[in-house]
Design a protein around this ligand. Structure first.
Ligand code: 4NP
Length: 172
């Protein structure tokens, strides 16, 4: 057997989580997916997203998120919102919360698990200059187009930082 397929590393399964799964986490999923495609690393990652809330389950991404992402070459039209469930901790290797409030909800859920989850906050991966003091990707739902632009900016920086960190951790 040729060594090629046999030596392919197991993909890292990544899930971004926000509240509604119609704005921030679908944007992060789209940005990360585009980044790994551009770098030729898409076979090494499985990327998904979910929300801690259930209000928008089955809905497409927010139209403002779709528009802001499309302007940067990222297509979110196929996205449908889903709610994060405790068994997602087993389906994903790394769960990344878009803000502290959702991180806290996930941390509480993770207490039910027999083994510790790899649960992280997104903001520490954003370039320090772009991040400022905040540890939260601000919820743009009640905001305007500029708030969606800000989410895209934070996601572009944070996804690049997260990818570098994962590659370094896994020695890929
Ligand atoms: P997201 O934004 O968490 O970034 O998807 C929100 C979407 C919907 C609601 C809140 C935040 N909502 O309250 O319905």
């Amino acid at each position: 057997m040729s060594g090629h397929a046999a030596s392919a590393p197991t993909p890292i399964r990544l899930c971004f989580v926000c509240l509604g799964n119609i704005c921030r986490s679908p944007i992060a999923e789209g940005v990360f997916g585009e980044l790994v495609r551009r770098r030729g690393l898409h076979a090494r990652f499985v990327v998904a997203s979910a929300g801690t809330g259930d209000w928008h389950v089955g809905h497409p991404a927010d139209r403002r998120a779709i528009a802001a992402a499309a302007a940067r070459g990222i297509d979110l039209r196929a996205h449908r919102a889903r709610q994060f469930r405790v068994d997602d901790f087993a389906r994903f290797d790394v769960v990344v919360a878009m803000d502290r409030s959702n991180h806290a909800v996930l941390q509480r859920l993770a207490r039910r698990l027999p083994t510790p989850a790899d649960l992280r906050l997104f903001m520490p991966y954003v370039d320090a200059a772009a991040r400022g003091e905040s540890l939260d990707v601000p919820d743009p739902y009640y905001g305007g187009p500029e708030d969606f632009e800000r989410v895209l900016d934070l996601c572009e920086s944070g996804c690049a930082g997260l990818l570098d960190a994962l590659l370094a951790e896994r020695r890929l």
